[in-house]
Design a protein around this ligand. Sequence first.
Ligand code: GSH
Length: 324
Amino acid sequence: MPRIVLFSYPGSPWGAKVISYLSLRGIEYSECCQPMTWPRPDLQLLGIQYRRIPFIAIGKDIYYDSSLIFEKLEALYPHQPLGAKEPSAMTLEKLMEKWAEGSLLNSVMYILPKSLPFLTDSKFLADRKELWGMDFSPDALEKGLSKSLVEIRGHFAILENLLGDGRQWLLDSKKPGLIDIHAAFLFDWIFNMPGVQINELISASAYPFTWRWLDRYRHAIAASQKQGAAITQLTGPEATKLILESEFAEMAGTVMDDPTRLREGQIVALYRIDDLSSSVKHRDVGRLVGLTPHETVIAIKAKATDIEIRIHAPRSQFEVEVAS
Ligand SMILES: N[C@@H](CCC(=O)N[C@@H](CS)C(=O)NCC(=O)O)C(=O)O
């Protein structure tokens, strides 16, 4: 299998989520660090318009969105995967993934420590306002704090209920599974930030099982990172060269019958629909080469080359349509 290249930036919670997964699996990878805000000139070398972080390349296959990244890593690296195997556990795992993004994410944002330098950086604030419509300034965060604490208390109560029988991990496994990553990564990210204040209403004395589980999670990730091989850092040109000189990780897909009625070979636009600017500014345009209930695959040419790479995106939160 070609070497994985992760495109992320330090401090990205979703980037940390993918890194935690790779570490727990012991899968080696290289990293191409990106700026925290747009533009990301490295991506232009590959011809990629995608705005969000992280994404990974496995050879000339590029995978957007951590949900698809996990599905692919589970399937392409089948030795000792982390995902649940039994249908009810698989369902819970998927729901936990959606809960983290759809509910938990918004709750934890307001406890970001106000001393973080980027919260007073006008470039960062304007960038995120354009992307999310959200004001991350310290004043705006302060206004949302009490609602956020009420919500986090509710989230903790759900976990405390499950962990209250003394299990170590959410599905009572011996080691952390993918479901633990889904449920823990945002708490792990926020509660380990320098300067974070933990209100007593959500403290370890109120939710002892949940805090012990979060502690175990942090130690398990740290131990796996200590054991794992060093991560190679690549510049944009180095990452591009590595990717373009690699094989594809997967065979070409198929375009199945689909409600969109799109057909193989059509030139399509692929973009996210869960933020304010992707549908306008971050459309990847290419030849449709794969369409299933799970994913869209388009082929594009890397900038100034004749070399094709394939972009894979999940169906959920993405739109694909004939390019205009
Ligand atoms: N559902 C996406 C969420 C990714 C996401 O929102 N990432 C944040 C960074 S942690 C982002 O892209 N923010 C805007 C940016 O960095 O440009 C995934 O799972 O990959």
